[in-house]
Design a protein around this ligand. Structure first.
Ligand code: ZN
Ligand code: ZN
Length: 168
């Protein structure tokens, strides 16, 4: 699991844009240029991000032209979650988003020092989930598992300062 994003996508019937348009239509809304810009940016690469990361990306890429406001980003992220395109996780009072549509079910290790998320897939976790659900006559629609702790890099960087000086 060296690569943070080692999972490959799953086949989906519609493009995220088509699915979002359909969702908006069902709510009597239209896809605006701002919503389009946000969706394109979000689906240009798989990442774990929060609203502020996305705002910074939009500004950096010059796509926003100052036209995508902070409230619009927050509102659109909520719509993308409701449309089943994004998945939202709460980590240390921070809302973190990632692709759900077209991306396989997976779980996360969360480093509490550097805040990085590492993805993994485990058949054992899925089989525990299915067994527990079966005992309760429960229909599974998904699950979330976040393992918290300290990542390998952060543990390494814990070495005392005196040793680092010797190395210079
Ligand atoms: Zn870390
Ligand atoms: Zn993930």
């Amino acid at each position: 699991m060296e690569d943070t994003f080692s999972l490959s996508g799953v086949k989906v019937a519609m493009t995220p844009m088509a699915r979002f348009e359909e969702f908006l239509r069902s709510r009597g809304k239209r896809i605006t240029q701002q919503r389009r810009t946000i969706l394109e940016q979000v689906f240009s690469h798989h990442e774990h991000f929060d609203a502020e990361n996305l705002l910074a990306e939009l500004a950096h890429e010059g796509k926003a032209n100052g036209k995508v406001s902070r409230p619009t980003v927050y509102r659109t992220l909520g719509e993308l979650v409701d449309a089943g395109l994004l998945r939202k996780m709460s980590l240390n009072n921070r809302s973190v988003y990632e692709h759900d549509y077209g991306y396989p079910q997976h779980d996360h290790l969360h480093c509490e020092k550097c805040n990085q998320l590492f993805e993994f897939q485990s058949n054992e976790v899925s089989s525990i989930r299915d067994n527990v659900a079966r005992q309760r006559n429960f229909r599974v629609t998904g699950h979330r598992l976040i393992i918290t702790g300290i990542c390998g890099d952060c543990m390494k960087s814990k070495s005392p300062p005196s040793r680092r000086l010797e190395m210079v």
